[in-house]
Design a protein around this ligand. Structure first.
Ligand code: PQQ
Ligand code: CA
Length: 567
């Protein structure tokens, strides 16, 4: 592809020891080497220098204006004291994590007419001396970490069929794994792996099986080719079993009566063998998915009790369907149901089978061709893409939730045409329920008991804020329409610190340490579906919908004196 590199610091990055696989399996406490920091997806850092006692004294250490608008969702990834962040408009920035000095900026040369949906990017992956970036035009790029120069690039899918990419790649087992977007365009979704050294394809596994493959009989003849099942959020990984857990999006077209059957593996989590890409297990959250409930977010890997009370290796996932799921993962692959609890109100799912976890629907709520149906939660679900976090200190799972929003959908026939929307509706409307007392919230759930421990509600805002949990007994997140970035007491949800930033904060927060000092980092930069959602909420409550745009990387610290006095 050959993008442009702008190198500001002519001395560049002088000291960048190659990142080993071991550093990814067991990251140094002060590093944030991947999307959720660790392979289990917990979004947890053990750093505790910033804690409940001193977080009130958190102040900006430095900030950096990215120069672009739209949704800044990527976490600042930090290794070797270097921060890598991505932004909309196809930029990757490398900055000195302690000072904010720019080392280099890479801009992908996107000449193709790429899909305008979801103009965002969720970050990089690292291994060795390389940084991996999934560009919007469905090209995977490897950059030299020290210089930002392209080492290799590989076309992973055809943009003419409306494939695009927004996710952070996952490095596992010497390979770079990616997933694709395009679920509203009749793509056939897949997860693919590329050799980290050369960019050569190692395997590619479709999320929609062909007729002769397992699950192929859950589709009517021919429908698998345009069945969607996009994979636009980074998977998690169990290095022991060598299984990758990846989420699969909505089915296409949206109206399930146009493709009778369960339609595997849409709206599912799949377990893939990292060496071969073979699907070894799956759990489907909504069969014959008809709600645009992409279940792309990967479940967090955590130990929890099974139905008999024995501790097992588990998976937890609050899905777009409004159900928080506890599942058991096995080293061979199969995924077993443990329990499912509604974490936001919903009127579609009426029952969950105690044995299998299969849901039952109120058919009067399920969208279909030629009817108008209203259902809750909305198209965006109880939680869209923003990440949950889990703290091993509290045993709590933290969820950025949205309640009391519904969708009214009038279904229609649709013909597949390459590169064009393949949804099938005459109208789509978002509604806030009449009696709604709040929309967004941060929820904390005990994963051992399946009970909500606390909830912090936002009466006049949705919540699109990914969550960071720390060893300092804190969680951090933004997500609201008041431009706040907040620190909460992880035990009880008390807000211990908040700071208005330049824009709404839908960025994924991270924390890291350089030269013995802890920092907390996040990108501000409101955009993508949070804006769309906020407009509906503002209209309902009669408040201003104005959240200014513009990306800024923010890095916070507690000044040295304050750290000392807190100890
Ligand atoms: O089906 C897809 O391929 C696809 C892709 C994306 C994306 O890549 O960001 C989103 C969605 N769907 C989607 O349904 C959705 O609500 C959504 C919100 C956002 C965002 O960044 O705020 N992206 C996406
Ligand atoms: Ca979708």
């Amino acid at each position: 592809m050959l993008g442009a590199v702008y190198a500001q610091d002519s001395f560049g990055i002088t000291d960048y020891p190659p990142i080993t696989e071991d550093q990814l399996v067991n990251p140094a406490p002060g590093d944030w080497p991947m999307y959720r920091r660790t392979y289990d997806g917990q979004g947890y850092s053990p750093l505790d220098q910033i804690n409940k006692d001193n977080v009130a004294q958190l102040v900006p250490a430095w900030s950096y204006s990215t120069g672009v608008v739209e949704g800044h969702e990527s976490p600042p990834v930090v290794v070797n004291g270097v921060m890598f962040v991505t932004t909309p408009e196809h930029h990757v920035f490398a900055l000195n994590a302690a000072t904010g000095q720019l080392y280099w900026k890479y801009t992908a040369d996107i000449t193709e007419n790429t899909n305008p949906s979801h103009p965002t990017n969720r970050g990089v992956a690292v291994l060795g001396d390389k940084v991996f970036y999934a560009a919007h035009d469905a090209t995977l790029v490897a950059l030299d970490a020290k210089t930002g120069e392209e080492v290799w690039s590989t076309e992973v899918a055809n943009v003419d069929e409306a494939y695009y990419m927004t996710l952070a790649p996952l490095v596992a087992d010497g390979k770079v794994l990616i997933g694709v977007s395009g679920g509203e365009y009749g793509i056939r979704g897949f997860v693919a792996a590329y050799d980290a050294e050369t960019g050569e394809e190692a395997w590619k596994t479709y999320t929609i099986p062909a007729p002769d493959e397992p699950g192929g009989d859950t589709w009517p003849a021919g429908a698998y080719v345009t069945g969607a099942g996009s994979t636009w959020s980074t998977g998690n990984y169990d290095p022991e079993s060598k299984l990758v857990y990846w989420g699969v999006g909505n089915a296409g077209p949206w109206m399930g009566d146009q493709r009778p059957g369960d339609n595997l593996y849409t709206a599912s989590t799949i377990a893939l063998d990292v060496e071969t890409g073979e699907i070894k297990g799956h759990f489907q959250y909504s069969h014959n998915e008809s709600f645009d409930w992409d279940e792309v977010t990967a479940p967090i890997l955590v130990d929890l009790p099974n139905k008999d009370g024995e501790t097992v290796k588990g998976l937890v996932n609050p899905t777009r369907s409004g159900i928080l799921w506890a599942l058991e993962r096995t080293s061979e692959g199969p995924i077993n149901f443990i329990w499912g609890e509604k974490y936001v109100p919903g009127d579609v799912i009426t029952d969950i089978d105690a044995e299998t976890g299969r849901v039952s629907y109120d058919e009067s709520k399920k969208p279909s061709t030629g009817t108008t149906k209203t259902y809750c939660p909305s198209v965006h679900g109880g939680r869209d893409w923003p990440s949950t976090a889990y703290s091993p200190d509290t045993g709590l799972l933290y969820i950025p939730a949205n309640a009391n929003m519904c969708t009214e959908l009038t279904g229609a026939e649709v013909e597949y045409e390459a590169g064009q929307p393949f949804i099938g509706f005459d109208s789509l409307e978002f509604q806030v329920t009449d009696d709604a007392e709040y929309i967004g919230s941060v929820q904390a759930w005990d994963v051992a008991t399946g009970e909500m421990k606390w909830e912090h509600k936002f009466p006049r805002s949705g919540n699109w804020g990914p969550i960071l949990a720390t060893g300092g007994g804190l969680i951090f997140s933004g997500g609201t329409n008041d431009r706040m970035f907040r620190a909460y007491d992880a035990e009880n949800g008390d807000v211990l610190w908040e700071q208005k930033l330049n824009s709404g904060v839908i960025g994924t927060p991270s924390t890291f340490e350089v030269d013995g000092k802890q920092y907390v980092a996040v990108q501000a930069g409101y955009g993508v579906d949070a804006v769309f959602n906020n407009t509906v909420i503002a209209e309902h409550f009669g408040i201003s919908s104005d959240v200014p745009q513009g990306g800024v990387v923010w890095v916070f610290e507690v000044k040295d004196g304050a750290v000392a006095s807190a100890e």
